[in-house]
Design a protein around this ligand. Structure first.
Ligand SMILES: Cc1cc2nc3c(=O)[nH]c(=O)nc-3n(C[C@H](O)[C@H](O)[C@H](O)COP(=O)(O)O)c2cc1C
Length: 157
């Protein structure tokens, strides 16, 4: 399968998980391409009218994985802005993951991934939430492994 991983990452956590997802998909014989969203200027909570250096062309992918960090207890403004202005995703199958500083998903991760799911569904995508990586957890490596496996499995099913 041909799979895109579209993600925003400010401090590198979501990037590192996206790279592990890419490696897992490639190990399974799939083509996996990373598309990092890079904002022009600040995209911190409160930022208005977020723009991007470039926008990914998502035509021709069998699946699209979306990953983003929690910011201010919700979906980061960059991914929010990207999805609000994204073209129709009717017929696309999307798999979602988040990274979050705090140790439990109920501290913002669940809300953020639900927001991402709502935006994708409003564009017509079929969605599957694969999980949240909580960065402050002492068992983070195990959690990353679990979320990476869950994303990869959902993406190829
Ligand atoms: C501006 C900003 C706001 C944040 N707000 C939250 C928050 O409300 N709750 C939380 O758990 N983590 C918060 N974090 C931490 C990030 O969610 C966490 O470190 C995430 O893994 C960062 O991903 P990234 O390195 O890909 O940007 C915030 C980080 C930044 C930079």
């Amino acid at each position: 399968m041909r799979i895109a991983v579209v993600f925003y990452s400010e401090t590198g956590h979501t990037l590192s998980v996206a790279e592990l997802i890419q490696a897992a998909l490639k190990a399974g014989g799939h083509e996996a391409v990373l598309h990092r969203l890079v904002a022009v200027g600040t995209a911190h909570p409160g930022a208005k009218d977020v723009k991007f250096e470039s926008l990914p062309d998502l035509t021709g992918y069998d699946r699209i994985i979306f990953g983003a960090p929690v910011q201010a207890f919700s979906l980061c403004p960059a991914m929010d802005a990207y999805l609000v202005s994204a073209p129709s995703m009717v017929g696309k199958r999307a798999v979602l993951f988040m990274t979050e500083g705090f140790p439990y998903p109920w501290m913002g991760g669940n809300r953020a991934i639900a927001k991402m799911e709502g935006l994708l569904r409003s564009k017509g995508a079929q969605t599957k939430k694969a999980g949240v990586v909580n960065w402050m957890r002492t068992d983070r490596p195990r959690l990353i492994e679990k979320v990476v496996a869950s994303v990869a499995e959902a993406a190829v099913s």
